[in-house]
Design a protein around this ligand. Structure first.
Ligand code: GP9
Ligand code: MN
Length: 433
């Protein structure tokens, strides 16, 4: 019921982290380009296989002083996978405990998320994606999020070998979408959702010819091929950056790159382990949790002091972080994440199943680990109290997010000056009208 919204708002108000003054507004007015790196895990960064970097271009971004990169950043998705990552990034609320929020609630719910917030700052907003528009119910959800444009599969030639399992290959997505991107009014907020680095990591021979990588030879083909499609994804980003440089867009844009979730599952991790220099015989839940790190990088030529930041955080934290960089206050909105640059940032990262990681302690399946050493901790009474309080906070946060979304409570909440989205304003069809 309606009064629940105040409980939620009370929690997020108390949890709110004030912006870092040195960072606030540092990217004001810039175009925002979000690049969703499908199934891309942090361990790929700076990784060499058979003497060769897997993702040399992304490494150059990661290591650049134009980039703030986070190496303790975790995905937090549930069964909604890509769509859960999108939901967290766009709204700073969690996906659902079961299923996909986009699929279950995206057609009807009220959102107060990034597309509408940027739109109301005078931005054009668009998504570029090589799969059919109905996948994960995006065609409906994006209207409720307030996206002005959605350039899905029907906007591109996906015939023959131009597509693989989940749609247009990444190099073609970046290339063939420029004709739409160049017509967007600036400033814009544009999201690219890549697909080629997706299980089962199939890649045609001809797409491996460019600067070929010799894959590892573990007993698991998915593990081996994962490096090849990641290598291809890296090249596609490099080509897109060439375009951004050539057109001058790189000068007045910020590019945000993130991995949406794991590519290799817990059952595949023991095959992966030797490649990471870790022993696989006593592989456990803590080791699996370590591999839920995904890249999060904010890259802009206006940054000159960028570096690798070790703050713990996750997908839920992206929206307040980005808004503050753009000089947009997040205070009046209901958001569960906190600005990664804020001194008050909450470093406890909740997974969708209520497990969590933090700089000192990690709790997986009821077992408490030392986050630095991975050793199991048997807490004394004082520590137990502390861990219980952390667990309570995680439970509350997830359950309030679920209440908010499952009861569609944002329809009762009216942030001052925010204009409610009208989904009927949008039509993503490319048929001549
Ligand atoms: C498909 C793509 C994949 O359009 O975004 O989604 P996933 O299977 O990773 O959730
Ligand atoms: Mn995905």
């Amino acid at each position: 019921n309606k009064s629940e919204i105040y409980k939620v708002k009370d929690f997020t108000d108390k949890h709110y982290a004030a912006p870092n003054k040195d960072m606030y507004g540092s990217l004001k007015g810039k175009n925002v380009i979000i690049i969703h790196l499908e199934s891309f895990q942090q361990f790929l960064i700076n990784k060499k296989i058979n003497g060769k970097e897997v993702t040399p271009f992304l490494n150059s971004i990661y290591n650049s002083n134009h980039t703030y990169a986070f190496d303790n950043f975790f995905h937090q998705v549930g069964q909604g996978k890509t769509s859960d990552a999108e939901n967290m990034l766009e709204t700073s609320t969690y996906g659902l405990p079961q299923g996909s929020l986009f699929a279950q609630l995206g057609s009807d719910n009220t959102f107060q998320g990034a597309p509408a917030i940027f739109d109301q700052q005078g931005y054009a907003t668009a998504v570029f994606h090589g799969n059919v528009d109905s996948f994960w119910n995006r065609n409906n959800t994006y209207k409720n999020l307030g996206y002005q444009y959605f350039f899905a599969a029907s906007y591109y030639d996906t015939s023959g070998d131009k597509a693989s399992g989940y749609g247009l290959k990444d190099k073609l997505l970046f290339k063939d979408s420029t004709k739409y991107l160049q017509h967007l009014q600036q400033p814009f907020y544009a999201k690219y959702i890549t697909v080629t680095n997706h299980f089962p990591y199939d890649l045609d021979d001809k797409d491996q010819k460019d600067d070929p990588l010799t894959p590892p030879d573990t007993d698991d083909d998915a593990v081996n091929n994962y490096f090849l499609t990641a290598h291809y994804l890296d090249q596609s980003i490099k080509e897109f950056y060439k375009y951004l440089d050539k057109t001058g867009l790189s000068k007045n844009s910020v590019v945000v790159l993130y991995g949406d979730h794991y590519g290799l599952s817990n059952s595949e991790n023991p095959s992966l382990a030797p490649l990471l220099g870790v022993k696989s015989n006593d592989w456990n839940n803590f080791d699996n949790a370590q591999l839920q790190r995904v890249p999060f990088m904010i890259n802009s030529q206006s940054f000159t002091h960028g570096h690798v930041d070790h703050t713990y955080g996750g997908e839920i934290d992206v929206l307040p972080t980005l808004m503050h960089l753009m000089g947009i206050s997040s205070k009046k909105y209901i958001q569960f994440g906190t600005d990664l640059f804020s001194k008050q940032h909450d470093q406890v990262v909740a997974f969708r199943n209520k497990d969590w990681v933090s700089p000192k302690y990690t709790r997986i399946g009821g077992t408490i680990y030392d986050s630095k050493t991975g050793k199991v901790i048997k807490p004394n009474a004082k520590l137990k109290k502390k861990i219980d309080a952390m667990q309570q906070q995680v439970n509350t946060e997830l359950s309030l997010s679920d209440t908010l979304n499952s009861q569609n409570l944002l329809r009762f909440y009216h942030p001052k000056g925010f204009k409610a989205v009208n989904p009927a304003d949008y039509n993503y069809s490319n048929e001549l009208k």
